[in-house]
Design a binder for this molecule. Structure first.
Ligand code: BG6
Length: 519
């Protein structure tokens, strides 16, 4: 049972299991996974028969590992840290030193897991979380397969969670899927896209399919266009080496932005079961027209940030001056695309996507702009133009939904102004601390793959962006760096919408300084 279908606090605990984390000494474990287990434990969603086994190269025993993570978790949870909950969880956390490439260590792992099963009543159910670089996905699952740890029976299950990047193009994604399939079936693989863990992303489905008034207008007859913005104010931080290989387009669009697009554009699935949702998402991805090389020149924009000043006054260096980055790098830190779909619902409706680092704000939203109402009835009044109606789904921060529409400005003459109705999650549901991994881990323990990516969804995502990356690779950019840190990206991004007589939505940055929008 997915947390989508149930109230978080009323959901039953997951079935007994051991969660085995490869890379337990790393950042993801400290910042996300252990805090997520803490929140699940606080909500009573971990079963009595639960244990976590951390694996890494560090030479530690259970006690030393527990002490090491205790301080880290307290720091990362801040005020949400509750000693009673932590003590209940930490006593179920174990550690084992391992060389992930050493077959003999996996024999020891089998023995250790049997001991934990006997001691903790975890029933031989294992969730392997691979918090390691993608180059290790194949080698680790091969070794797990060799010692039989991926073999499930009627009485127990074996599942593996991995996180992006799932390859860097179609070919490498297929190779990765093939190597994973060597040792397990597709339904044992849980590919995380952390955007699917965000409440507001899941809410797109609820907004569309649990209400009756949006669906009738959710199509080309009423919608003029859609804009998806994932703006980040951070730079590449310490990930220069990874980012040099990826760039903004690969890092964000085939996964996070296409996830948003898929939920937004899909037909109602026959149920919220994983397979039904996957089929509809894949139909959307199938309907997206890959860009021709000529279209890439006008429908795709890339950028790289130069030194600049952020809205808070902080002066930041250029991308090319970041650690691990080639000082002459051609890697994109900004990408914008115009995509269209070949299907009955969306024919002729452009979807504009943009994402970038070091932009003026940290902000993710989906804006659906409706067609303008005909102004005929206001002909002999002061109203010469009506602003279009808009639904904005705010993904982060200040999660919520905003509807903008026209209303009469009070007074003796007929004047129409655009007004907003705003729903904020926090006002209704409070601010429940969460990392975004709680739902995903809980769903995986329950065998619910609705919020995880299937192999063919990953491959379809790469097919779409590869039409762009191939052209970009053949034609290195001549104008990089082409936008200042703290701005809204390169001017060419403005042309992308202007060419169609449209404009990017102005993002309202909470504080005083608003940078000029491109175009
Ligand atoms: C990751 C990307 O997948 O998503 C990062 O690799 C990016 O480059 C991050 O910063 C954005 O996630 P969020 O949840 O902060 O929008």
């Amino acid at each position: 049972m997915s947390l989508i279908q149930t109230n978080f606090t009323e959901a039953p605990p997951a079935p007994p299991n051991v969660m085995i984390i490869f890379g337990a000494g790393g950042d993801l474990t400290r910042r996300k996974l252990i805090p997520a287990l803490f929140h699940l434990s606080a909500a009573g969603l971990l079963p009595k028969g639960f244990a976590m086994l951390g694996l890494d190269r560090l030479d530690l025993d259970d006690q030393a590992f527990r002490e090491r993570i205790a301080g880290q978790v307290e720091d990362s949870l801040g005020a949400a840290f509750d000693r009673r909950v932590w003590e209940g969880l930490v006593s179920r956390i174990h550690y084992m030193q391992i060389d992930m490439l050493e077959g003999a260590d996996y024999e020891r792992l089998c023995e250790r897991l049997s001991e934990i099963d006997a001691e903790r009543g975890t029933n031989g159910n294992y969730l392997f979380y691979l918090a390691v670089p993608p180059s290790l996905f194949g080698p680790v699952t091969d070794r797990l397969g060799d010692v039989g740890l991926l073999h499930q029976s009627e009485h127990d299950w074996r599942r593996v969670i991995i996180e992006k990047p799932f390859g860097r193009d179609l070919e490498s994604a297929i190779a990765l899927n093939t190597s994973m399939h060597r040792n397990m079936d597709e339904d044992q693989i849980y590919r995380i896209d952390h955007y699917l863990g965000k409440e507001t992303v899941q809410n797109i489905m609820v907004f569309r399919f649990a209400n009756s008034f949006f669906e009738p207008v959710w199509n080309r007859n009423h919608i003029d266009h859609v804009q998806i913005t994932v703006a980040e104010s951070v730079g590449v931080e310490h990930r220069g080496a990874y980012y040099e290989e990826a760039g903004a387009l690969r890092d964000m669009i085939p996964n996070h932005l296409l996830v948003l697009l898929g939920f937004l554009a899909m037909e109602p699935p026959s149920s919220f079961q994983a397979e039904a949702v996957r089929i509809e998402i894949n139909k959307v991805l199938d309907a997206i027209k890959p860009l021709t090389p000529e279209e890439v020149l006008t429908h795709a924009v890339r950028g790289q940030y130069d030194a600049g000043t952020m809205p808070n006054g902080e002066k930041v260096p250029a991308y090319r001056a970041s650690p691990g980055v080639n000082p002459k790098s051609f890697t994109d830190t900004y990408a914008a695309l115009k995509l269209t779909m070949d299907n009955w619902r969306w024919a002729g409706v452009p979807f504009y996507l943009r994402t970038g680092k070091r932009l003026a704000a940290h902000y993710t939203e989906v804006a659906i702009q409706f067609k303008r109402a005909p102004t005929i009835m206001f002909k002999h009044t002061d109203v010469d133009e009506l602003a279009p109606d808009m639904v904005v789904l705010r993904i982060q921060p200040n999660e919520g939904i905003q509807m903008s529409f026209g209303a009469k400005i009070p007074g003796p003459t007929m004047q129409v102004g655009s007004v907003n109705m705003d729903f904020c999650y926090e006002d209704y549901f409070g601010n429940r601390p969460a990392t975004g991994y709680e739902t995903l881990i809980y769903d995986c323990m329950n065998g619910d793959a609705t919020l995880f990516k299937h192999a063919d969804t990953v491959e379809k995502g790469w097919e779409i962006v590869q039409s762009v990356t191939d052209v970009w690779a053949a034609l290195p950019p001549r104008d990089f760096p082409n936008y200042a840190a703290g701005s809204w990206g390169p001017c060419a991004a403005g042309d992308l919408t202007k060419r169609d007589g449209r404009m990017w939505r102005r993002i309202a940055v909470p504080k005083a300084r608003i940078a000029a929008e491109p175009g």
